[in-house]
Design a protein around this ligand. Structure first.
Ligand SMILES: [Zn+2]
Length: 180
């Protein structure tokens, strides 16, 4: 995985596409949390679930079905009364993209097994043909090691920079469309 930090940054970059000043900030915070959440599947290692299992790391929790279901659950439970500046379907779309971006980024990493994008129907693991992102250690201790910093360094050009660029372009586009 890229680090939880980079997954959150990607969600904020995607959020820029949906940004409106009246939307409460908690929407972006929840989007960032949704983007980091799939890696909670590493808990499965403690319970004897193997990496390659359907519920293993980068399995179901990294799939498109999971992203769709999590987004629906959050809209349903967390935003029952709606949210200002966003229709429920738009909020769902943002949360879906934020969560799905996790597996998307993982498929660009250079280690571990691929991502089960189509679980639970198909547990095949996928990587993209280019994998420039160094895989981030799974333990907090590893994260603060030399390997963790190397992973973070590889995430700067491949995750943080495109996210920032997306935010800048989305903001410029919004300003252009605003009547003078
Ligand atoms: Zn992951």
């Amino acid at each position: 995985m890229p680090s939880a930090f980079s997954h959150a940054v990607a969600a904020l970059g995607i959020g820029a596409l949906f940004y409106r000043p009246e939307i409460p900030k908690r929407v972006w915070v929840i989007g960032a949390a949704c983007a980091a959440l799939p890696d909670l599947d590493v808990i499965g290692f403690r319970f004897g679930i193997a990496y390659g299992d359907a519920l293993g790391h980068r399995g179901f929790s990294h799939s498109l079905v999971f992203a769709a279901a999590l987004a629906a659950l959050v809209v349903w439970v967390g935003f029952r009364r709606g949210v200002s500046g966003m229709r429920p379907t738009t909020l769902w779309a943002y949360l879906f993209l934020a969560t799905a971006s996790h597996g998307f980024l993982d498929a660009f990493t250079d280690g571990g097994l691929g991502v089960a994008f189509f679980a639970p129907m198909d547990n095949t693991r996928y990587f993209f043909p280019i994998r420039p992102i160094r895989v981030s250690p799974l333990t907090p201790r590893g994260f603060f090691s030399e390997r963790g910093f190397a992973a973070l360094r590889s995430e700067l050009p491949w995750v943080c920079l495109p996210s920032a660029l997306l935010a800048v372009l989305a903001t410029a586009w919004r300003r252009l469309r605003q009547p003078a």
